[in-house]
Design a binder for this molecule. Sequence first.
Ligand SMILES: [Zn+2]
Length: 235
Amino acid sequence: MKLNYKTTLLIFTLTFISTLAFAQAKEIKIEFLGNCGLYMTDGQTNIYTDFPYKSGAHGYMEFEESELDSIKENSLFIFTHKHADHYSKKNLKRVMKEKGGQAFGVSNIAELEALGETIADFEIKAFKTDHKVFGISFKHYSYLITWHGKTIYLSGDTTIPATIGRVKNIDMAFIPYWLYANAKDQGITIDAKETGIYHLYPAEIEPAERLFKDKDNQFPLTENGNIIRLNLQKD
Ligand SMILES: [Zn+2]
């Protein structure tokens, strides 16, 4: 069969479109933004967790103003709770006014868990977890995300390791140092292939770097811009 120019072009275009439609995500890229702030993407869906917060709140990490400008359009913002080192109403309002998006947290957990119905190959499960400051309980959730078959656990500020201790086969767990220490003290195993220690206080960064220096699958998140890649390609 002799193909004329137009047919060739049509075939080429169709092939190109179907390649796009069936393109599989190659990785989940996770960028550390400070405190419990993470930006995760599979190249299609953009998720921010515990970000934007209030830069420098309670003496915790600061971030550059440009970090807010670089937030992607129509992102999903997921919060473990509403303390200022995790959540800033003002920053979130500003970002969502410019770029749209949807916010989820303690007041709309059912909607958050329903996201799996609209995002392909994505599921999020919320666990009500304990967060007390000076004996006062705050509404707080930890999350287990299953995305393209990878499981990502976000513990937030909770100090009680029992919940994460019940979750099996976590690919990437994000926990603060106090949860790591409490799990150890209580003999609770965190079943995670990799663990990122987040929410370090500036003065804790150096000791954490020393402590985790020789550990392969556990590492502290010490700097805005630290990147973690979860490879989705089967080999
Ligand atoms: Zn906090």
